[in-house]
Design a protein around this ligand. Structure first.
Ligand code: HEC
Ligand code: HEC
Length: 360
């Protein structure tokens, strides 16, 4: 076949052009590669696309969780009491909180049968120091304060007396007595580092969302049998210690339990306490019960019989009654039943509307 010189010429120049283009492309490629590697080199003997060397933690895992918890209030170190002139008094106060029954229970050393045999620590865990264990962290910082239950400004003596008369269903030692002064000294010392007027994170009880329905004592009974009965017993009467001077497992209802004027007789307080502290051994960051279980079991426990307290003078301003205060009269039109077991959301909503209407 005859070759066309013109076509051959074209092919040649096309070849040259392609060759040039390849050179340019390769050149550019090398240039880009050089630039990239220049940028990528960190100057520290590593490349940016290399994995950062693992930073070996100097803390163990446990220490790390401690660090997280440290955003919460913690009690001052007992060892720091050395040299404090009030050391003995404060330690006595701590012992009275931890072993209240030893001093005021059925065989109480200071006054026998002054209380039902519970220890303050049964509800204020670890002598009132556990995170969200109903601790005393913010007491010193927030009292005296107005408390709507009495409608008065209360100091710490009054608040402690309240728990003696309601949670311990008994009588409190007088202000000025060695015991009352020691209890207050201990509570004051615990909270001394919290800024006046402020509530420390992790103090008191941890909030729990309301259910959309009423809490159900019948469902709660099943939960109680599953999660609580092994310690608090089927009769709810708890278990006395060997010489009956106090409880190994405190009662949840019956004659030795908190009375109807106590904080735990309010469903929300009991549900919060249970959810983040029971069964014994759980902590607020590792609870065992679901919210529903906590509410239903609380409903079951508070539907059982317990000593009653004359509380007619409580909540002198009825519009200041908490939504879960179970005794009427109420200004919001809801029944005692609903104030005891919920659902609480409609009560909250109605009260907000009433407040709004007042302002307009
Ligand atoms: C049966 C459970 C129970 C027992 C026992 C008990 N308390 Fe309480 N206490 C409560 C509850 C519930 C509250 C209210 C918690 C809340 O509403 O945040 C409370 C509140 C308090 C407060 C106020 C806390 C605050 O931050 O405002 C003090 C102080 C207190 N108790 C002291 C005592 C002392 C002292 C004893 C022992 C003599 C005692 N309590 C025994 C359940 C109990
Ligand atoms: C393993 C034993 C154990 C189990 C299970 C247990 N508790 Fe307790 N409970 C205790 C002990 C012990 C205390 C007192 C804590 C302290 O003094 O440190 C306590 C305290 C309480 C208190 C406050 C004191 C009182 O008597 O009023 C309530 C309320 C309570 N428990 C409810 C429950 C509920 C509800 C359950 C089931 C969800 C439960 N507990 C499961 C051992 C247990």
């Amino acid at each position: 076949m005859q070759k066309d010189p013109e076509i051959e010429e074209r092919i040649k120049s096309l070849g040259k052009a392609v060759g040039l283009m390849v050179k340019v492309v390769v050149g550019l490629f090398l240039l880009v590669l050089f630039l990239l590697s220049y940028i990528a080199y960190t100057g520290k003997g590593t490349w940016v696309f290399e994995k950062e060397p693992e930073v070996v933690p100097t803390q163990t895992v446990e220490e790390n969780t401690e660090a997280v918890k440290d955003t919460f209030w913690h009690a001052p170190d007992i060892a720091s009491l050395d040299g404090n002139p009030a050391k003995e008094q404060i330690l006595y106060g701590k012992d009275l909180i931890a072993n209240t029954s030893k001093y005021f229970g059925p065989k109480g050393l200071v006054k026998a049968k002054a209380t039902n045999g519970l220890n303050c620590q049964n509800c204020h865990l670890d002598a009132g120091t556990r995170v969200f264990g109903n601790n005393y962290g913010s007491v010193f910082a927030t009292y005296p304060k107005y408390r709507p239950r009495s409608g008065t400004i209360e100091n710490i003596y009054k608040r402690v007396t309240d728990c003696f008369e309601r949670s311990l269903n008994g009588v409190a030692p007088d202000s000025g007595s060695k015991e009352m002064e020691a209890i207050v000294a201990y509570i004051n010392w615990l909270g001394k580092d919290v800024k006046k007027g402020e509530k420390a994170a992790g103090s008191g009880l941890k909030d729990l969302a309301y259910l959309d329905r009423a809490a159900d004592p019948d469902i709660g009974k099943v939960g109680y049998e599953k999660h609580c009965v092994s310690c608090h017993t089927a009769t709810g009467q708890g278990m006395w210690n060997a010489d009956s001077s106090g409880f190994t497992f405190p009662p949840l209802w019956g004659i030795h339990s908190y009375n109807s004027g106590a904080g735990l007789y309010r469903l929300a307080s009991l549900a919060k306490y249970i959810k983040y502290n029971m069964p014994q051994g759980v902590t607020h960051d590792n609870p065992k019960l679901t919210d529903e279980e906590a509410w239903d079991i609380a409903a079951f426990v508070n539907s059982q019989t317990r000593p009653s307290k004359d509380i007619r003078k409580d909540w002198p301003k009825i519009n200041e009654k908490p939504v879960d205060h179970p005794f009427g009269p109420f200004h919001d039109g809801f029944s005692e039943e609903q104030h005891k077991y919920g659902p609480f959301k409609p009560i909250v909503k109605k009260r907000k509307e009433m407040e709004g209407a007042k302002k307009n």
